[in-house]
Ligand binder design. Sequence first.
Ligand code: ATP
Ligand code: MG
Length: 266
Amino acid sequence: MIRTIAIANQKGGVGKTTTAVNLSASMAAHQRRVLLIDVDPQGNATMGAGINKNGIEQSVYTVLLGEAGLIDARVKAQGGFDLIPANRELAGAEIEMVSMPDRETKLKDAIHTLKAAIDAVADQYDYIFIDCPPTLNLLTLNALCAADSVLIPMQCEYYALEGLSDLVQTLRKLQQQLNPDLVIEGLLRTMYDNRMSLSQQVAAQLEQHFGDKLFKTVIPRNVRLAEAPSHGLPALLLDKASKGAQAYMALAEELIAKHEVAVTHG
Ligand code: ATP
Ligand code: MG
């Protein structure tokens, strides 16, 4: 069964893109068929997956404007998964999508564009990940309307919880009005530094607060994860043994165990 997971947090720099690219590669390493959709005009997931964002012909932009399907826009990424790339052009999509006449219905349609595009390729993938921008705009809404669940990366630092209530509130509204089936897949602790007591404290605090909504896997601060994007590679391909690559392999296994156990046992 296909599972579409949006990776979102309106807080910037918390590890959304790092998670999107490395989790995609780890799932692919486990022989799962993966599509990663970059819906951030920064195009970081695109570059991190080894695709030059300035050299692409089709992108998620053309998909959102209804000019192409996901099949036309997808490319093979480094790491054994498919990618729908994005670049700065996407920043204009939000305006273009709703600037047509009949704004009300257009907006409604526009919000569900990505969902419709995903439905058309659903039989070709096991997991679809969507890397969201650090904002709660129409692009993020599209992702959240298309998703079964949302994975929220959180940096293990003092302000980790700040903004989280905004996000939870937005998710609640979205559930009520647009996507009643959306669930929180889990909160993921990222950039964890076990030499820092603050990191430990925050990680423990998150555990108290969120209990079973928290992934058991914790992503450590690891230089390979930071270096990998400049090589256009997931960390798994740059240095398989690195702590960062191994942590994302563990996260993939945690997700697989969660969603596929029922399938394996009939
Ligand atoms: P944005 O909100 O701008 O989209 P983001 O939430 O996608 O940011 P990333 O781009 O994944 O965050 O990470 C921010 C920076 O931190 C990047 O330079 C990335 O390489 C680095 N980084 C992310 N995770 C780790 C980690 N576990 N260890 C070391 N560096 C990391
Ligand atoms: Mg990002």
